[in-house]
Design a protein around this ligand. Structure first.
Ligand code: ZN
Length: 294
């Protein structure tokens, strides 16, 4: 009898603890972290990595966190994040549509040099959504030839990026962020916010946003699909001029997809591709959204 009573008492204590925890979670879900805590969340997410994290209020454009300050202002090559600007240039200029398809058989000659895509056998035939989600270089090389250098450079300037060169010799390399443009983390967050604020009235921008959502649901940023939040974003892994095998990592995105609260940009120096930036973004999103993320 005594043991049964003890077990009952323990069970009700456990239930009480569960209730207390649930109400604490509900409370944290209501409040976004304050500036100091968000800064700590971002710095902890970066950890030992050299790089930067910027979090911006999607509605007001206020910078909620930009750490560390020097790195968040340093212009770096955007790598494949550039594909969202290339896609916008093509869509808004009427050179491509959401149903434009190109074939990727892994390799394409660009400027006399054979360049490869990430998938050994190639991505096959892709439309725009799939090309953004899978970050297919060969698709974007072919799109770039149709869109043209001037249109892509203009789109970069329209997105508010200052580090845009006047002339670029390869539209293909410009299209995938290997040449012609350097972007700071702060500018990258601003660029994402432009997607977020203009998508309602600009069909081309809505298609770009949709492509970014696809990168999370079925593409290169899939790791963020398990957070219990509807995140959208684009990865990038620009190689260094001095050593093509050493790559930086980028992630630029926003959440939640339908009613965005924050835009986020993460850059990791020599981050061995986006594999660094995506996990950092995951930590920041979990920290910001608290119990609303898993
Ligand atoms: Zn490909």
């Amino acid at each position: 009898m005594f043991i049964i009573a003890l077990l009952r008492a323990l069970a009700s204590l456990a239930a009480l603890l569960c209730l207390a925890r649930a109400s604490a979670l509900a409370e944290s879900a209501l409040a976004a972290p304050g500036a100091a805590r968000l800064r700590d969340i971002c710095l902890n997410a970066l950890g030992e990595r050299t790089g930067a994290v910027v979090v911006m209020d999607a509605r007001t454009g206020d910078v909620l966190a930009a750490v560390p300050e020097d790195w968040s202002r340093r212009p770096m090559p955007p790598g494949s994040v550039a594909k969202i600007v290339t896609a916008y240039a093509g869509l808004s200029g009427g050179r491509i549509t959401s149903t434009t398809r190109f074939h990727c058989s892994n390799a394409l000659t660009v400027g006399g040099k054979v360049r490869h895509c990430t998938v050994p056998g190639g991505h096959g035939s892709l439309d725009l959504d799939q090309a953004i989600a899978q970050s297919c270089n060969v698709w974007f090389y072919q799109a770039a030839r149709r869109i043209g250098t001037e249109r892509i450079l203009k789109a970069w300037r329209d997105f508010g990026v200052t580090g845009v060169e006047k002339r670029v010799d390869s539209p293909e390399r410009l299209a995938v962020g290997e040449q012609g443009v350097r972007v700071s983390c702060l500018e990258m967050a601003t660029l994402v916010r432009r997607v977020v604020t203009q998508r309602k009235r600009d069909r081309s921008m809505e298609l770009v946003a949709r492509g970014m959502r696809g990168a999370v649901t079925s593409g290169t940023a899939k790791e963020l699909a398990g957070l219990g939040l509807s995140v959208a974003g684009k990865t990038g892994s620009p190689s260094q001029a001095s050593d093509a095998d050493r790559r930086h990592g980028w992630f630029a995105g926003f959440a939640p997809y339908d009613n965005p609260e924050i835009c986020i940009a993460v850059f990791c120096l020599e981050g061995n591709s986006y594999r660094s930036a995506v996990p950092v973004a995951a930590e920041v999103l979990k920290g910001y959204f608290g119990a609303r993320a898993r």
